[in-house]
Ligand binder design. Structure first.
Ligand code: NAP
Ligand code: 8YV
Length: 316
């Protein structure tokens, strides 16, 4: 039997490359001298597309793959895939939920600690030799214990963050989703109202049109001068210009960010701020977790071609 042809536009995790090589005919588009010519010649053969990172899967690409059945995305967030265009063409889209919840929640707590207790700045102080010459690092204004946390996006990762935060004696003041969940936390139908009631806002919603700039100047104003914003979801959820202004004027106290509006480009104005902690989108970036994500990409493709069903579809 001929093996299904899978297209990989940019190089992915070894688990995905090797898993696809074993089971499918893999078109390694990133190695092609003329990717356009390869798509023109082989586009109609392609049944599966493996993708991830910043590579976008839009209507124009889908139109070049008329017999495509499945887009397997590396990442639980699939904002780089035009799911509507895929659905219109009868193409199933899968993501990698669940296997990264703990890693991302751990990173969120690390980012919160770094932001509230200034751990990155304190480490830089030591490395610069300032402890010996200038004395102890200044006491931090903020502490974790007793903070009031609001979670924008109480899904799989949001719940894992809430559990960890409770162990740090942080009060879970509530969450804002589009719909109420059966959980022991207060539901806020209004994000601004929640921001007013908390001093720490964690963002862990997907990036899409419905979440774009949900965290705007009004929400930051409501969060207030002791407020800490943590964004581990997507950069597009926060109005970055409004955030920079709020950090500069101390409308809020500090921000810890793992994600940005135009990755990997981070505005110099953010980099220059001493009340921002910035990580290069490392939420899930451990070898074990990335392996598990890669395996789920391969498993989705395998199950689809063997049994006609996907393990973790986001449409259909
Ligand atoms: P999930 O289980 O689907 O949870 C998403 C939550 O967001 C749901 O509770 C959903 O509730 C809420 N939500 C969605 N749209 C909303 C809107 N317009 N307004 C308010 N709430 C909304 O997803 P997850 O697995 O926890 O992942 C969440 C996101 O984290 C991913 O999509 C990804 O963007 C991000 N992420 C980042 C990293 C990183 O490395 N930094 C790693 C993994 C994931 P309702 O449907 O009721 O609104
Ligand atoms: C990955 C993520 O960094 O799963 C997600 O949504 O943001 C991260 O786990 C990313 O998707 C890998 O490209």
């Amino acid at each position: 039997m001929t093996r299904p042809t899978v297209l990989m536009p940019s190089r992915m995790h070894d688990v995905v490359v090797e898993g696809c090589e074993e089971r499918f005919e893999l078109i390694r588009l990133w190695e092609a001298a003329d990717p356009d010519a390869v798509l023109a010649e082989r586009g109609a053969d392609v049944r599966g597309l493996a993708t991830g990172g910043h590579h976008t899967v839009d209507a124009a690409l889908l139109d070049r793959l008329p017999n495509l059945q499945i887009v397997a995305n590396f990442g639980v967030g699939y904002d780089t895939v035009d799911v509507e265009a895929a659905t219109e063409r009868g193409v199933i889209v899968t993501n990698t939920p669940g296997v990264l919840d703990d890693e991302v929640a751990d990173t969120a707590l690390g980012l919160m600690l770094m932001t509230v207790r200034e751990l990155g700045r304190a480490e830089r102080y030591l490395r610069a030799g300032r402890w010996a010459t200038e004395g102890n690092y200044p006491l931090t204004d903020l502490t974790m214990t007793g903070r009031r946390l609001g979670i924008l996006g109480l899904g799989r990762i949001g719940e894992a963050i809430a559990k960890r935060a409770e162990a740090f004696k942080v009060t879970i003041a509530g969450y804002h989703n589009r719909s109420r969940k059966d959980v022991p936390y207060r539901y806020y139908p209004s994000l601004v109202e929640m921001a007013r009631d908390v001093d720490t806002l964690v963002v862990v919603v997907p990036g899409n049109a419905s979440t774009r700039h949900l965290v705007n100047a009004e929400v930051l104003e409501a969060l207030g001068p002791d407020g800490v914003l943590i964004n581990i979801g997507r950069g597009t959820v926060v109005d970055e210009a409004a955030l920079i202004a709020a950090l500069k004027t101390r409308t809020i106290r500090a921000a810890g960010l793992d994600v940005f509006e135009d990755e990997p480009n981070v505005p110099q104005e953010l980099i220059d701020l001493d009340n921002a902690v910035l990580l290069p989108h490392v939420g899930s970036a451990s070898k074990p977790t990335r392996r598990a994500m890669g395996q789920l990409v391969v498993d989705n493709l395998t199950t689809w071609f063997a049994e006609g069903r996907a393990l973790t579809p986001v449409n259909g």
